[in-house]
Design a protein around this ligand. Sequence first.
Ligand code: HEM
Length: 422
Amino acid sequence: MQDQPTLDSIRVDREAPAHVPKDRIVDLSFAMGGVPNDLVDPYEPFEWLAGPEIPRLLYNMPSKQAMGGFSGGNGNWVATHYEDIDRIYTDNEYFSNTGAAEFQRLIGESFRSIPLGVDPPEHSKYRMYLMPYFSPARISRDLEPGIRAVVVEMIEAAREKGEVDMAWDFARVYPVRIFMALMGFPPEMFEQFLDWEWDILHSNSIEKMQGALRGVLAFLRGFMAEKEKNPDEHLVSSIVNGKIQGRAPTEEEKIGMVWFLWLGGLDTVAATIAQMFRRMALEPQIQRQLRANPELINGAVEEFLRTQPILSSARHAHKDFEWHGMQIKKGDSFSCLNPAGNFDPARFENPRVFDPTRKANRHFTFIGGVHACLGAHLARRELRLLLEEWFKRIPEFRVKPGADTSVFPGLLSIRNLPLVWD
Ligand code: HEM
């Protein structure tokens, strides 16, 4: 068990904007997924941030070192309680997501990341445009048979081998295969896509990010042009050849949608799977419970999602206002610490307990409000089918002796997770 930090231990004496009281300035980089730990429940260290003794808004000023050498900028407000996070995601009058995930600005591109970086009411036209491809009915009809075939094939390969690196050889590959088939991308781009994505999200190097952005955007534009000439039944083709409210999408809209789907769809499920299997390997009673009661698998997927929120989302203030006694200025950034909100004792009974029978499990792993994850149904389906097929084929498993089980509780998560069974 690691020492739990206290509010005093995370307070820092750093220069923040003048309207931020000194006693709210903290360094929360330990809670942002950058610091690994080896706990069975790796998000445990953040639960206290949702407790009653923590002020209802903190102000995070991470050190330059924690930002991988980048400046921490002006810092940002951090919401750690369920009720406050919920307001930020749903109160579109006060909170904006304009400009979110616009990595493309690093190479001088000005198109928006759609739909994530677009506020209501404009957001809804893009959401309506993309939503039919991600509906539960569409997933059941068009995607589920293919997903099941891929997952069965991969589990069978693991069974034959008698062990598997669940993070590298399984979690990294399975959802990306599904995603590439959905979009219609050529399978041979697999390693290249993952390399680009790694450089954009995790390299902490401006040069690498810029190189990867140039590579992926050139590829996506060429691929889109090809689909305009030779349409097919896959999603990129539908996006570039469809009609938004009766008109053809502009070039900026097309690349904005295809690019953001590429970014959002690639390694989120992978990170979740690796953490899910690590938890089951370290806590085998969860495996036993699900194996004996497969009807609990749906609830278990939701509980794995709640207890492993791989992302914390950001917003900024639309206008000046007062909240919890703090003066908020137009443009101030907010970070919603989903790993704290998902364990808020005011919202979840016994929040640390993994309970697949939990009712009304409205967690923030897919956030909430208009930008709630568009791929959530697909992600849930991939996770459910994996568990269903896995328990039919693989007996109780454990981490291979000697393997490193430390985890970055975030998108990076786990690079290798060798599992073995008898
Ligand atoms: C377990 C897997 C996943 C997790 C945890 C996850 C998480 C999230 C989160 C937290 C957001 C909101 C971001 C924000 O507001 O700042 C989001 C939005 C989004 N996600 Fe996911 N995601 C997952 C899988 C996927 C997949 C597989 C796809 C697509 C194939 C996808 C597509 C999107 C899109 C398009 C949005 C933007 C929605 C909008 O702005 O209306 N996600 N996701």
